[in-house]
Design a protein around this ligand. Structure first.
Ligand code: NAD
Ligand code: UPG
Length: 343
């Protein structure tokens, strides 16, 4: 088994995928510029290897657009596949600074793919997003519906998918774009988890409220056309996401055709249901305040994930309760998150 390069492997979803790759015996090299990721997540994962197999995980602090560095890594570690998480992913920021998102996400991803092509690396798994669909014309969302992103973040990711299609056409690169719905949860041993600054995601904010770090959680919009008036999302456990990446990688290496697939459970929960589940799991009160709609939020996003289920025989193992329980364990263990701030 050769080495997998994981870009953004010190981030939230990346670090959990690195953990699963290591558990399955892959050698992993992480390239991360630590803008939003945590070196400490890598240290925790290295410690879990306990000396004997410590060469199984290497870390490089650097940028995916640094062609010389990427080439050096590929050659030194005999990399034959890449899982590409590195990106900026704040929707609101992307509305304020679209150029930043097209440069950082689209531009740098294309640089990375071009370098990989020069080095002969032919297998790429890419983190895409349900944001490529914009306001979906049907629910559940299948991969074939119209893709009309409503923010530069989603557009920047769709452009990356399209660049992969053309890289395949020209050079025979094989790729899978996984369009995640809402990632949540943490590793089951509570050692790694979600630590974003600023945090914008619902579940960590609800749990920070349960911990007393915030006074209340704002419910953004209570007049949507949903059973309780709040937005519905398809929450997917970060470990189920990690598993999907590893299966996709193995399938590509066995010769499976390229493609873009949704990764979600197919079950939607309203904001109120999430808060209620968090009250049950934590046993804490969790004060909520009804607030205005947040700009750009579609009312309902739920995946039709039948394609990935058929192609990879992937099934989500965890439900909303598991996500909130594992995330709660992480927040209780590490109320301040990782100890060092990202740079
Ligand atoms: N969290 C979600 O619910 C969600 C949903 C859909 C898609 N995604 C996508 O999944 C991926 C991972 O998301 P996350 O929540 O783990 O984010 P994250 O911010 O925790 O992780 C991103 C990592 O990439 C690194 N990085 C960013 N730019 C880089 C660059 N130019 N060079 C090297 N490293 C760089 C960051 O330091 C960080 O460690 C992103 O591509 C995101 O767009 C996330
Ligand atoms: O304080 C909060 C935060 C969020 N929400 C709501 O909770 C839901 C989930 O929001 P959030 O956790 O911020 O996730 P999304 O905005 O749905 O976006 C996530 O899921 C998308 C795919 O579904 C990805 O594209 C994005 O990268 C990822 O951040 C939405 O209805 C929000 O309006 C609140 O009511 N209060």
């Amino acid at each position: 088994m050769k080495t997998v390069l994981v870009t953004g492997g010190a981030g939230y979803i990346g670090s959990h995928t690195v953990q699963v790759l290591l558990q399955k015996g892959y050698s992993v090299v992480v390239l991360d510029n630590l803008t939003t990721g945590h070196r400490e997540a890598i240290d925790v994962l290295s410690q879990s290897l306990k000396g004997t197999s410590s060469e199984q995980l290497s870390f490089y602090h650097g940028d995916i657009a640094d062609r010389a560095l990427v080439k050096e890594i590929v050659v030194r570690h005999d990399v034959n596949a890449v899982i590409h998480f590195a990106a900026k992913s704040l929707v609101g920021e992307s509305m304020q600074r679209p150029d930043l998102y097209f440069l950082e996400n689209t531009g740098k991803s294309v640089q990375l793919f071009s370098t990989l092509q020069e080095c002969g690396v032919r297998h790429i798994i890419f983190s895409s997003t349900a944001a490529v669909y914009g306001i979906p014309e049907q629910i559940p969302i299948s991969e074939t519906i119209r893709k009309q992103p409503v923010n530069p973040y989603g557009e920047s990711k769709l452009m990356i998918e399209q660049s992969l299609r053309w890289m395949e056409e020209a050079y025979g690169v094989k790729w899978v774009a996984l369009r995640y719905f809402n990632a949540a949860g943490a590793s089951l041993n509570g050692e790694i988890g979600e630590d974003h600054d600023p945090e914008t995601h619902l579940i960590p904010l609800v749990l920070k409220t349960a911990l007393g770090q915030r006074e209340s959680i704002h419910i953004f919009g209570t007049d949507y056309d949903t059973p309780d008036g709040t937005c519905i999302r398809d929450y997917i456990h970060v470990l189920d996401l990690a598993e999907a990446h590893v299966l996709a990688l193995a399938a590509l290496q066995r010769g499976m055709a390229s493609g873009a697939w949704n990764v979600g459970t197919g079950n939607g929960y309203t904001v109120r249901e999430v808060i209620e589940m968090a009250r049950t799991v934590t046993g804490r009160e969790i004060r909520s305040i009804e607030a205005e709609r947040r700009a750009g939020d579609p009312a309902v996003l739920v995946a039709d994930a039948s394609l990935i289920m058929t192609r990879l025989n992937w099934r989500p193992k965890y439900g909303l309760r598991d996500m909130i329980e594992s995330a709660w364990q992480w927040h209780v263990n590490r109320p301040e998150g990782y100890s060092e701030a990202p740079n």
